[in-house]
Design a protein around this ligand. Structure first.
Ligand code: PMP
Length: 361
């Protein structure tokens, strides 16, 4: 096409155009080094500096305390479903998991390969449309950690509060909302997030872990999955996804230039309000999630009659409003409105939805 579309895909997702343009300008000959970042040795001074700066910028954005290690790894969030028990069981036999949807379920089934899983709370009774209140959680005393998915990308359910787990380390899959708002990292034993929503291109996964929890792994854990070994090697036990790390660093620059996480949180709240206020003010479309638990990043919605779904998607696509089809497991529509989705994209979506509803009511 002649111009860029508004990409509402859940991931790989839209990236800030300023980041893409900077990468383009630096692509062939990075900073007069005579080569692209893709071609650099990961052990060379240039790339080692790129990686160190990416970590420093991330630490600044999230105010990561000195108690926590920052790792840039591979294998996506999916491999960390296994990496978490491998690294955090520390001789214990059990872990607590909260089940709030598709990604929680995947984390649970992977953890079951390594330990007993206690499902401490679940929202399955109402089809994963809410975040179970802390007062309903049945935590076990002997759990190695408590795991939850703080933003369910498919169901569009977000925790807008931080669970309290006492001395038991809290672990979160933040893949689809990390860097969307300020976060108190000190409350977490471990946070992980795939890059392809709010960080950069796929191929990179971020792990932030309390250093004192690392070092004892389940027998048979591969070295690249050993967070302590990776931390000791500055995430370069083997060749890292160098270009993804570089682009993540550019995205962190972009966020810092926009007022950091406080700045972007205001924009995100505004975008989500535009869409949810519209959804709540009419009855052609609906969103099933409890209001206080709605995701500011992933907004699922249904048309009153799904016979219009195909037409909706076709007309939206023709307007440059792309990838609005909901996940195959839930159907309907979903608009992912991550950091890089401009306000204008959400405005264009709401205008289209109004028009479509008028024509098909
Ligand atoms: N957790 C969540 C919350 C996700 O949204 C996703 C991907 N959409 C994953 C885990 C899996 O990530 P990956 O494909 O990078 O392994």
């Amino acid at each position: 096409g002649a111009q860029r579309i508004y990409n509402f895909g859940a991931g790989p997702a839209t990236m800030p155009v300023e980041v893409l343009e900077r990468a383009q300008a630096e692509l062939v000959n990075w900073h007069q080094a005579g080569l692209s970042v893709m071609e650099m040795s990961h052990r060379g001074t240039e790339f080692v500096a790129i990686a160190a700066q990416a970590e420093a910028k991330l630490r600044k954005l999230l105010a990561v305390p000195a108690t926590h290690e920052v790792l840039f790894l591979q294998g996506g969030a999916t491999l960390q479903f296994a990496g978490v028990p491998m690294n955090l069981l520390r001789g214990k036999k059990k872990a607590d998991y909260v089940n709030t949807g598709e990604w929680s379920k995947k984390a649970i089934s992977e953890a079951k390969k390594f330990c007993e899983v206690n499902v401490a709370a679940s929202s399955e009774d109402r089809n994963f449309t809410y975040a179970p209140k802390q007062s309903t959680w049945k935590l076990s005393k002997d759990a190695a950690y408590v795991h939850y998915c703080s933003n369910e990308t498919i169901g569009g359910v977000e925790f807008h509060w931080t669970p309290e787990t006492g001395d038991v380390p809290l672990v979160a899959d933040m893949s689809s909302h990390i860097l969307s708002k300020p976060l108190d990292v000190s409350k977490y034993g471990l946070i992980y997030a795939g890059a392809q929503k709010n960080i950069g291109p796929a191929g990179l996964v971020l792990v932030i872990a309390r250093a004192d929890l690392l070092g004892e792994v389940v027998a048979g854990t591969p070295n690249v999955m050993n967070y302590k070994l990776q931390s000791d090697a500055d995430s370069m036990l083997n060749t890292p996804p160098t270009f993804s790390v570089y682009l993540a660093g550019l995205t962190f620059d972009w966020l810092l230039a926009r007022g950091g996480l406080e700045g972007i949180a205001k924009v995100n709240a505004h975008k989500a309000a535009l869409l949810y206020d519209y959804l709540d003010g009419q009855d052609f479309y609906s969103n099933p999630v409890d209001r206080e638990d709605r995701s500011l990043m992933n907004v699922p919605f249904r048309l009153r009659d799904d016979k219009h779904d195909a037409k909706f998607l076709e007309l939206a696509e023709a307007r440059g409003l792309s990838q609005l089809k909901g996940h195959r497991s839930v159907g309907g529509m979903r608009a992912s409105i991550y950091n890089a989705m401009p306000v204008e994209g959400v405005e264009a979506l709401v205008a289209f939805m109004q028009e479509f509803a008028r024509a098909h009511a």
